[in-house]
Design a protein around this ligand. Structure first.
Ligand SMILES: Cc1cc2nc3c(=O)[nH]c(=O)nc-3n(C[C@H](O)[C@H](O)[C@H](O)COP(=O)(O)OP(=O)(O)OC[C@H]3O[C@@H](n4cnc5c(N)ncnc54)[C@H](O)[C@@H]3O)c2cc1C
Length: 378
């Protein structure tokens, strides 16, 4: 089989790049698992936020916002993102975290504001006011319909002629005369461009193609849900700014995460008892509710570059190899932007002026910034 672009990984990253490329190039996407979205993409908290991130990731998320607000006709039959609001708080003794956050994020987000503990409890009545030494509110935080977004990308790329193969692993590739010969499942796919959208396995895929790694690190994050026995629909995400602990409603249940970020090899991540226990204990200390029985628990991997910013660009040592990785905790919300910008680079199309206005340039997004000695972007 031949293609113009071979994409490795059928999570949200690979699907988004395929979506933006498929009208212009012959695209083949391969996913090792039987279904698309089995790993990180199917395990997220589905949040959209322009305040949790600063620097490159914030610009990327802002660049992609119009796609969530007004996706192309027929992309999805439901809204891709609904505003939920977000309470962020600092517990007693940690007030400086809120102060610092306001200093950095406040000027960028005029709608972010400080609220009283009483106001926070009005919004989420089971919060204990005594833990809210400082509380901030972001009205723009949204909840993404991850499945609608992911399926929209996959459906769109197939509709434009792309091939998506699941249950097919990329084993390795050699580049000869400008063309990759990629061993995929039991066949060889030839393509001049190879896109590494393998999430936690991005380093493995690079090694299998003989490309130097970037030192990306997968980190495990745990989540659980339980039925609180009261109506929690509409409870916005509530985040402890000092530890990363958060909870939010997930339809009729509450989802809780301890905000863990434990380095892990790439794998089918599973929750550790200790992280579940920390989540439950913290939730019960911060609220008046009790966690009686868990409805579900899971863990997923968030993969970070050294500077904790996403990477989208051609490998310095191999011009036919494109990195689309390191999205950390923002791979869903950043996917329309990174998919579009990755496709722009892969096509050699003109760089969008709006991206430049937001400080997004190919050199800033690309992997060269991670080379030894290179400084982190602002
Ligand atoms: C608990 C948790 C909460 C999160 N919350 C949010 C949130 O609120 N908002 C947000 O925007 N993001 C969030 N994230 C982050 C987000 O889920 C990830 O950034 C995103 O899913 C990464 O997408 P991906 O396509 O790069 O990775 P994945 O979804 O993991 O896809 C990579 C795919 O590559 C495949 N693959 C790997 N190696 C090979 C190979 N050799 N051959 C073929 N296929 C291969 C894998 O099977 C996998 O399916 C969260 C993550 C976690 C774990």
């Amino acid at each position: 089989m031949r293609a113009d672009v071979l994409i490795i990984g059928g999570g949200i990253a690979g699907a988004s790049a395929g979506y933006f490329l498929a009208a212009h190039r012959k695209v083949v996407l391969v996913e090792r698992e039987d279904g698309f979205g089995y790993h990180s993409t199917g395990r997220s908290a589905a949040e959209w936020t322009a305040v949790h991130y600063l620097g490159l990731m914030r610009s990327v998320v802002v660049f992609g916002k119009p796609f969530f607000d007004a996706p192309p006709a027929g992309f999805a039959s439901v809204p891709l993102c609904r505003a939920r609001g977000n309470i962020m708080f600092a517990p007693p003794g940690e007030e400086q975290v809120a102060e610092e956050f306001l200093r950095h994020a406040g000027p960028l987000n005029p709608r972010l504001r400080e609220i009283s503990a009483a106001r926070a409890v009005e919004i989420v009545p089971f919060l204990r006011p005594e833990v809210l030494a400082r509380a901030l509110y972001d009205p723009d935080n949204g909840e993404i319909d991850v499945d609608a977004l992911h399926q929209g990308f996959l459906r769109g790329m197939r509709g434009a002629g792309a091939t998506t193969l699941s249950g097919v692993e990329f084993h390795g590739a050699e580049r000869r005369a400008g063309v990759w010969h990629a061993r995929v499942g039991s066949e060889v796919i030839e393509a001049p461009l190879l896109v590494n959208a393998a999430g936690a396995w991005a380093e493995t895929v690079a090694a299998r193609a003989g490309v130097a790694g970037l030192g990306l690190e997968p980190r495990r994050r745990t989540a659980l849900t339980f039925d609180p026995g009261i109506d929690v629909r509409g409870v916005p995400p509530v985040d402890d700014m000092s530890t990363g602990f958060y909870f939010k409603s997930n339809a009729t249940t509450l989802m809780v995460s301890p905000g863990d970020a434990t380095p892990s090899p790439p794998c089918d991540a599973q929750p550790e008892e200790i992280d579940v226990a920390i989540a439950v204990d913290t939730f019960e200390r911060y609220t008046t509710l009790e966690v009686r029985r868990l409805a579900s628990r899971w863990a997923g991997l968030r993969t970070f570059a050294r500077d904790e910013q996403p990477v989208a660009g051609f490998a310095a040592d191999e011009p036919g190899f494109f990195w689309l990785a390191g999205q950390g905790g923002g791979g869903i919300m950043s996917s329309p932007a990174l998919g579009e910008l990755a496709a722009t680079l892969l096509r050699g199309a003109p760089w969008p002026a709006r991206a430049t206005e937001l400080g997004l340039e190919p050199a800033v997004l690309g992997p060269a910034r991670l080379a030894a000695g290179a400084g982190a972007p602002a």
